[in-house]
Design a protein around this ligand. Structure first.
Ligand code: AHR
Length: 613
């Protein structure tokens, strides 16, 4: 029986209790939430970012097109550009299957070009079946200038290609195509379906931009003095101002980041969806397996000053140094930043805390109303975790970020995790958590766990599932809350749980007691691993694949059959990207995926019936 006492006073639940964590992982920004349709628009992709990249990745040339990195460049922070010879053209393939356009909708093209006055640039949008919009022409006027054109799609296609042709030698940079229809019609805006799905959650806060992305790589800036570092920690100043002056970066997740979605756009999005912005800055100690602490005091002080400047960028008057940058970008009013986190999952608690304390002291001296969030390292328990918590407690820190990814059983068994947390503080920001899968049972275990977070709302102040977004063709991490490709997006079961809690957050906990034995008290039978039956007595060519057709075998198991088990006779192996029966003798084989990360997939058996059977 469950006994509820409606008159008893439980903890207040804040409006910001549940939020989202946006990290640029799984191409969540470029090729995702950022609505830009052109991939590698500024020719900055480099083998230094990813062995598979060149400055012409995602481009094909007809005629002569060469990347150049010389004094003729558009901007010192946007160093590579394209030299396109007279009579030549270049074509961009976008993301996934190509550029998605919808019949009747308008698309804003722009390019920075340097060509002799009178040179004609012709802009085309096509797929294999022909034109997707009437071609447009712009006439060059000499030196580097920005040219624009509007294209209206005459057909819908998921396989569009954007091309630029020139009548005379021309230099090109920042070749861009945006849907006119961005979220809330914002310029340099966000993809509408994805932004709407996030907004529909009604999140109380947006934590951004990472994650491991924030504090991995070099802490240096992008300058001649530092050798134009390409693998830098996320530094907010790289990401503001005109997009053609934002220095792209090679991110921790293995791809180039344009920073077209930068700090201004994050703040604007948080404001547009009525959520509290919660940025994370690097603490000069790397996390995510890269355990180094920076001892360069000048570098540390520069990052501390950058963080103070960030607060001025967000909240300062339009006349202040950084408030002016914000105002010039279109937002003279402040963004009302109240919380800021320093660091993410550092594995060196003493080194982290020593530097965190310096950030915190500097921030509190100048901005005493800002809550500075600390963290507890990469684990949910153990020596590193205990040391981090002890240091945070001794230092009187307000809020500590915890992260964990565990099995559904763990979430069911640890509902009481926060019942015993010390009420003297610090309070908890559960910045990242997920049960390892996108299946119903994962979502259910998260829902059960969230009742424990809510029961402890006096100490657990903020919680966000992670990660938020995944482009199905560029996956570094799963499960994820919202999935998409270039033409569609779809919610996970876990999304529905988050939505339910965020849209129905109570004001106050109503204390209750349960005397019933919970139906599930131990591990859920069969919960770990997907399984399906395959039979071959009457069938040829028995193959097991994901029910929705996704290529989980080819992409993610790389022929590693050891991550699969099967019972029964017969021999199986990974063939052509599928788990396939090779000798056709087995009957009633139970095929199981042992990796809990794959619980979101239903397995599907495909086979051809044998003749005469
Ligand atoms: O959410 C994915 C990653 O998980 C984050 O980048 C990191 O903080 C954690 O390890």
């Amino acid at each position: 029986a469950i006994t509820v006492d409606p008159d008893a006073t439980g903890a207040a639940i804040g409006d910001t209790m549940y939020g989202v964590f946006f990290e640029d992982i799984n191409r969540a920004a470029d090729g995702g939430l950022y609505a830009e349709l052109v991939q590698n628009r500024s020719f900055e992709y480099s083998t230094a970012d990813n062995a598979a990249y060149t400055p012409l990745t995602s481009w094909t040339a007809d005629g002569t097109a060469e990347a150049a990195d010389d004094a003729g460049r558009l901007d010192d922070r946007n160093r590579t550009y394209l030299k396109l010879a007279a009579g030549s053209s270049v074509t961009n393939a976008g993301y996934n299957t190509g550029i998605r356009v919808e019949r009747g909708k308008r698309y804003d093209f722009s390019v920075w070009a340097r060509a002799e006055a009178g040179t004609t640039l012709t802009i085309g949008l096509k797929d294999a079946a022909g034109a997707l919009a009437g071609a447009r022409q712009v006439t060059a006027e000499g030196g580097w200038r920005k040219y624009t054109a509007t294209l209206t799609a005459t057909r819908t296609s998921n396989r569009g290609r954007l091309s630029v042709a020139t009548t005379a030698d021309a230099a090109l940079d920042m070749v861009s195509l945006f849907p006119r229809d961005t979220y809330k019609g914002q310029p340099n805006g966000l993809r509408k379906d994805l932004a709407e799905k996030i907004a529909a959650l009604d999140p109380g806060f947006v934590r951004f931009p990472g994650g491991c992305l924030v504090n991995t790589g070099s802490m240096e800036d992008y300058s001649e003095a530092s050798g134009y570092q390409r693998k830098r920690a996320y530094q907010w100043k790289d990401t503001v101002g005109p997009v053609e002056t934002r220095a792209t970066n090679a991110n921790f997740w293995g791809y180039n980041q344009s920073y077209g979605l930068g700090y201004y756009e994050y703040f604007r999005f948080a404001e547009d969806i009525g959520a509290m912005p919660l940025p994370v800055v690097p603490a000069l100690v790397t996390g995510c397996g890269q355990n180094r602490a920076t001892d360069d005091e000048a570098l540390l002080q520069r990052h501390i000053q950058d963080t103070l400047d960030l607060i001025e960028f967000a909240n300062g008057p339009a006349g202040s140094t950084w408030g002016k940058v914000r105002a010039r970008m279109g937002h003279p009013e402040p963004f009302h930043l109240t919380h800021l986190a320093v660091g993410n999952e550092e594995n060196l608690p003493e080194a982290f805390y020593a530097r965190f304390a310096k950030f915190r002291a500097a921030i509190e001296a100048e901005y005493p109303d800002i809550t500075v969030v600390s963290n507890s390292g990469p684990d949910d328990s153990g020596t590193t975790f205990d040391t981090a918590w002890r240091l945070n407690r001794e230092g009187g820190v307000d809020l500590v970020d915890e992260h964990y990814y565990n099995s559904p059983e763990w979430f069911l068994q640890n509902n009481d995790r926060y019942d015993s947390y010390d009420r003297r503080g610090p309070e908890v920001f559960l910045g990242e958590y997920a049960s390892q899968g996108n299946a119903w049972r994962n979502a259910l275990s998260e829902a059960a766990y969230m009742t424990g977070l809510e029961r402890n709302a006096d100490i657990v102040k903020l919680a966000s599932y992670a990660p938020l977004l995944a482009n199905e063709d560029y996956v570094q991490w799963r499960p994820d809350l919202i999935w998409f490709n270039n033409r569609a997006s779809w919610n996970s079961a876990n999304y529905e749980v988050q939505k339910l809690f965020m849209n129905n957050t109570g004001d106050r906990v109503v204390p209750s007691t349960a005397t019933t034995t919970p139906a599930v008290s131990g591990p859920i039978t069969g919960a770990v691993g997907l399984s399906t039956w395959a039979t071959s007595a009457a069938y040829d060519d028995v193959r097991v694949t994901a029910a929705d057709g996704r290529s989980l075998f080819a992409d993610d198991f790389s022929g590693d059959a050891s991550r699969w088990t099967h019972s029964g006779a017969g021999s199986w192996s990974v063939q052509d990207g599928q788990y396939a029966q090779t000798d056709e003798t087995a009957e009633n084989t139970l095929v199981t995926v042992g990796d809990p990360a794959w619980q979101n997939y239903d397995l599907h058996v495909g086979a051809t019936k044998k003749a005469g059977k």
